[in-house]
Write a protein of this length. Sequence first.
Length: 173
Amino acid sequence: GSISISDMLMSKIDLLGNGFLVMQDVNRQIFSETVEDEVILGYEKDESRVDYLLKKLKISNYKYNHPASLSGGQRQRLAIASAIYSDKNMLFFDEPTSGLDKKSLMDFQDILIDVKNNFSNIFIVTHDPELILNLADSVLLFLDNRRIELIPMNNYGSKRVGNYFIKSMLGQY
């Protein structure tokens, strides 16, 4: 398929320049020698902004550590910090809550709520109904690799999405 923004067809280069992807396996996208260097990789350093993100994501104590020394959940939060720091127009998260405990999930939700107005679009690919119900403005439902429906997350949409997850857990989808 293709992606258009404001009726302009986006090339792969345009998408790279405008978007940041946090992969499900964040180990494939961590390259720097310290946590701080990973956050600012390729961008001008803003110490207060780095500190805010690391503190909000509960990894500030590891600022000068090598990313490989972090736990899986901490590396996930580091990749999230890098994405937010990038200031790209679009953020893409592939299963961003994998490896996160309940508290870290809540911290992730809080920081996305704090920054969501800074980005044109935040896309989250997830099977986590709590994350969807707490954060999404709309849900793009796919079944069998096909777009089925765009559901606005108003009262009616929230109930439909909640019911979808209940039915899928029961094997009815």
